[in-house]
Design a protein around this ligand. Sequence first.
Ligand code: GRF
Length: 297
Amino acid sequence: MHFCKMLKKLQERWKVNLVNLILIILTFALGGSLCGWAGRKILLFTNLEKGVVWILLYIILVTLLWPLCVLLISIPFGQFGFFKKYISKILGKFRSKKPNIQKIYNIAVFASGAGSNAKKIIEYFNAAENNNGKVCMLVCNNPAAGALKIATENNIPALLINRKNFQEKDYLLAELKKKSIDFIVLAGFLWKIPTYLLKEYPKKIINIHPALLPKFGGKGMYGHHVHESVIANKEKQSGISIHYVDEIYDHGAIIFQAICDVTGNDTVETLSQKIHLLEHQHYPAVIDAVLQKQNPS
Ligand code: GRF
């Protein structure tokens, strides 16, 4: 029971599934044994008797060899990516005598619907371990939006805009600057993003679309319209697309997609539920990964 709990905790910490966790543990075990064995073999060449000096040299050797051995073993287990990150994190700790200059991106979420994605994003970045970004503002064009309530509940300042001040460069930019916003996340925001905003935030505005772009995207393709078309087209699969925003609706470079099955029994409601689940599962983590990639540190 205790062991299962420990495995679950490790899975959450390292964000891996059970199979990968087992492969990681095996890599640790075999990598550790390999470096112990290699350390002893190397010391044979020194003709040293086992004693204090031998032990000291052994510790130094094992410390130096461990990353190499673990990386080597991780290759056949398909865990090289994990260990590369893990080891550079450890090395980073040794290196980081200088102050940590990791940038925390100030995020503005633009949301004008129910706001379920906005909620997930806020909660995700409220967690101490997700410190690439922080939601500092919610921008909304619908006074009746659930997203506004979610902002209030989470103590996030909300800005209600109308068509006129959305088009006026000076108004919105000034509001975003006041909060030092450096990244914009669209989560159920239907208006086209004006050129002045795209210029001010190049590759720093992303959107989520409830279908597998480039299919079922473009003007008028939002919410239930998307799901109706997917069902009418008898698609076997649908999903979500997270993409950079450009001048054309649902057109910018795709960052991430996830798929779900569409069955003959699916209705707009059931499909919408499946899509929302995927969105909640992936959107915050994908935003985090984009910020991590852009981070100068
Ligand atoms: C989501 O399905 C998203 O893909 C689309 O708008 C919807 C917003 O839902 N862009 P919610 O308001 O976050 O619940």
